[in-house]
Structure formats: C-alpha cells, structure tokens
Design a binder for this molecule. Structure first.
Ligand code: PTJ
Length: 257
C-alpha cells in the first residue's frame, strides 16, 4: 500500500490522517473493504456539515451519555470501522460510563472478531467481552451478522453503536433495545430507526461523549432522567437536515461555502 508523509500544513491534514487510520485497519484485517466505501459516504456528509460537531449532535450525545449512566447494562457495540478509528477514545468512554464493550460485526468472521478484540484490548478498552462469550441471535437477523453475546447486547438495556448498517439497528430496536447510533447520514435507515441519532463523526462524537460522561458521572438520577425526558429525536433529525440545507443554500447562492 502506498504511504506518504502528510505535511501538517495540508488543508485536509486531519481527514487524510483519519483515512490512514482506516487503511491501516484494513491492512491489519480489522476493517472490511466495504468499510472503506462506507467511510467515503460518511466523509461526504461531514463535508456538508462543515466537519464540526453541531449543537443538535451535542444534544444527542448528552442524552446518550445520560441514558448510559442510568442504564443497568449499557453496551457499546464495536465494528471494524469504529475500532480502527476510535479504539483509544472508546476506552475513555467505557471507563467513564462503565459500559460493556462487545465486538459485533456485519461481515462477521470469527477471525476478525478476535483481531478486533485484541486490538481493543491493546488500546486499553475496559469491560471487553470475550469472543468466546455465550452466543445468541438477534431475532429477525438469523445469519452470522445477528450473533450477539448473551452477557452483552442480548441482555443490555441500552446500546451505543456507530457506522452501522440499518438492518441491525432496526432489529435491535424491534427487540426492545434503546439504540443510540452515531451516523453522519441522517437519511440512513440507522439514523431514522435509532432511538437517539448522533449526526456527528464517530471520533468527534466519542470524544465529546467521554468528556460529557466525566461531567455527568456524579449527577443525580433525576437530573439524568430529565435530560432523557426532554430529548426528542425527531426534532434533532429535523435540525440536522436544516443545518445541511442551510449550508447548501448558502453555497448555492454564493457558489462557495
Ligand atoms: O465491520 P463490519 O463488518 O461490521 O462492517 C462495517 C460496515 C461499515 C462495512 C457496515 O456496517 C456497513 O456496510 O455500513 P453502511 O450500511 O455503509 O453504513 C455506514 C453509515 O455510517 C453510513 O450512513 C455512513 O454515512 C456513516 N459513516 C461512515 N463513516 C462515518 C460514519 N458516520 C460517522 N462517523 C464516521 N466516521
């Protein structure tokens, strides 16, 4: 694979570094080729959003953290892209919320589950479920992509996932799991079906959530519940679409951003 030294002065420095992380993840066998394509789609939406966290995303991140802190068994579900991009930050979020971390793949092979597990372990991710956990199936997802741990997602009362296929989010919600989904594309089925939709880039969103968790950790249950009660995902999605529309209409009227 071709590698170049990316100069810090490059206007797309951060974006190129993130791509390098993903390509490295691909070469290590963590990320599937389809994951590289999925990343490109995410980048396009992030471009429209101005590559920053908007207030609607922060509200969704705050509600997700409040829910994770209130839940008895919150689980962070990790796929190849999320692990390759954000392992160190996932470690901080799991530490701050006490969430269980489970590797759960769309293109599942046992070999890749083990590789991602080892990668997360080396990054210091706590509360990590073993690939040898007792398994069951998400109802309605009977192929290998529906396999989950009995001690993890199957018995969880809140699931945080990122960069995920819509089918699985829908199946988890149908199963009665509240799901927070990090997805830059508000049109996607994941974004539309999730209980909480975080329209933000996965690394930024996870960093924000780890920080929010540090601040909310000592909060009273009533305060956490109030954050959740006042959250309305339909309005958050409307605000995400509106932000995109505003950026596009500004660009359309001026020919530049
Ligand atoms: O590792 P596996 O086997 O579980 O497979 C992972 C992929 C990503 C291949 C699989 O889940 C998949 O095919 O996902 P989709 O259906 O392409 O959906 C991914 C969604 O995540 C799209 O809506 C993208 O816009 C969005 N996305 C991509 N990169 C990011 C992102 N959202 C937030 N942050 C990103 N970095």
């Amino acid at each position: 694979m071709t590698r170049i030294d990316i100069p810090r002065s490059h206007p797309r420095y951060r974006s190129l570094l993130v791509r390098e992380k993903l390509v490295e993840g691909f070469e290590r066998g963590l990320v599937v080729p389809q994951g590289l394509i999925a990343h490109g789609r995410g980048e396009a939406f992030d471009y429209i959003l101005g590559e920053k966290t908007h207030d609607f995303a922060l509200a969704a991140e705050r509600a997700s953290v409040a829910w994770m802190l209130l839940a008895e068994k919150p689980v962070i579900s990790i796929n190849g892209n999320y692990a390759a991009l954000a392992a160190e930050v996932i470690a901080r979020l799991a530490e701050a919320t006490g969430a269980i971390v489970e590797v759960n793949l769309f293109y599942r092979t046992e070999e890749r589950v083990r590789k991602i597990y080892e990668y997360l372990r080396e990054a210091g991710v706590p509360n990590l479920l073993s690939p040898d956990c007792e398994k069951t199936h998400v109802p309605g997802l009977e192929s290998a992509r529906g396999i989950v741990c009995v001690e993890g997602i199957a018995s969880s009362d809140f699931v945080l996932l990122a960069i995920e296929d819509g089918d699985r989010t829908e199946a988890l919600v149908r199963w009665g799991k509240p799901v927070a989904a990090i997805d830059l594309n508000p049109f996607s089925r994941t974004a539309q079906k999730a209980t909480i939709t975080i329209v933000d880039e996965a690394i930024r969103a996870t960093e924000n959530m780890a920080e929010i968790a540090g601040g909310l950790r000592g909060a009273a249950k009533s305060e956490l519940q109030a954050i959740i009660n006042s959250y309305n995902n339909r309005i958050i999605l409307q605000r995400a679409f509106r932000a995109m529309l505003e950026r596009l209409s500004y660009a359309a009227s001026r020919g530049k951003l």
